[in-house]
Design a protein around this ligand. Structure first.
Ligand code: SAM
Length: 259
């Protein structure tokens, strides 16, 4: 993975942005959040604080901005950052349509240029959480958070990567890839549905990284496809995702003080 993943991923998302406009419109119009590829309802998951009045929140890799909007509706002052100008164009248009005051910034979530300790809450749903190097974006999230601040991020479960064939065809019940030393995958030249460069870690490597940075884990959730799910989404068949965790969510806290 020595290629320039940042420009690869930016180009992938600039080219793909038009395909996400309808999805984005639907998500901006939801009454209650739905998360991830299979639209798991927020009830019981609670990825966002119920009341965000007075909070400064940042979405890292905000894409079309619907998570930012959900936080605005809960009372937060929200900044969304994304590397793709085309994705941000959708986000800005929808913010205008919904009369939402959200600051959208074009930039790299691994190095935002935003001030230290300027946010109470940070979130990423399939943004920095999978498209950025964990050893770069997590320290950046830490830097942006105030002491006592929280970070919640959702991405692919490591098991879904292990079960994904190297040619990009849908996941199955075979262990195609080693778990040991997991670092992610380059999907740019696969036979089926090529895309960008994604990152993921083993569970112990995630935990080591959080500990090294100083984050405390407050909750860890594994998500499955709901019972009604059919077909294949993002190269994962629904039947697979009903039996195995397809996504995971980390809830982290930046403690008020550190030894
Ligand atoms: C699947 S979207 C997720 C965002 C949002 N949940 C959505 O679905 O619109 C992934 C986003 O991550 C962004 N992204 C990829 N690499 C990034 C980086 N280094 N910094 C900021 N954003 C990045 C892409 O441009 C894309 O808009």
């Amino acid at each position: 993975m020595t290629r320039d993943y940042l420009s690869i991923n930016r180009d992938v998302w600039d080219a793909d942005a038009g395909n996400w406009v309808d999805f984005a419109k639907g998500h901006w119009s939801l009454e209650s959040p739905k998360w991830g590829t299979w639209g798991n309802p927020d009830e019981g998951l609670n990825l966002l604080p119920a009341d965000m009045k007075g909070m400064d929140a940042v979405e890292l890799g905000c894409g079309t901005g619907y998570v930012s909007y959900w936080m605005t509706r809960r009372g937060a002052r929200v900044t969304g950052i994304d590397i793709s100008a085309a994705q941000l164009a959708t986000a800005r248009q929808l913010a205008t349509d919904h009369k939402a005051a959200i600051t959208f910034i074009e930039g790299n979530a691994e190095a935002t240029g935003l001030p230290d300790a300027s946010f109470d809450f940070a979130v990423s749903e399939y943004g920095a959480s999978i498209w950025c190097r964990p050893d770069r974006w997590l320290p950046e999230a830490w830097r942006l958070l105030r002491p006592g601040g929280r970070l919640v991020f959702l991405g692919n479960h490591p098991l879904s990567l292990i079960c994904s064939p190297f040619d990009g065809s849908p996941a199955d019940r075979t262990l195609h890839r080693p778990y040991r030393d997991m670092w992610g995958a380059d999907w740019t030249e696969v036979e089926f549905e090529p895309t960008g460069v994604c990152f993921n870690l083993t569970m112990s490597a995630w935990m080591d990284l959080f500990t090294d940075i100083g984050f405390h884990v407050t909750k860890y959730q594994e998500l499955y496809a709901p019972e009604w799910a059919l077909g294949t989404r993002a190269a994962i068949p629904a039947d697979w995702a009903k039996d195995y965790p397809v996504e995971h969510v980390w809830h982290l806290a930046k403690p008020e003080w550190r030894l």
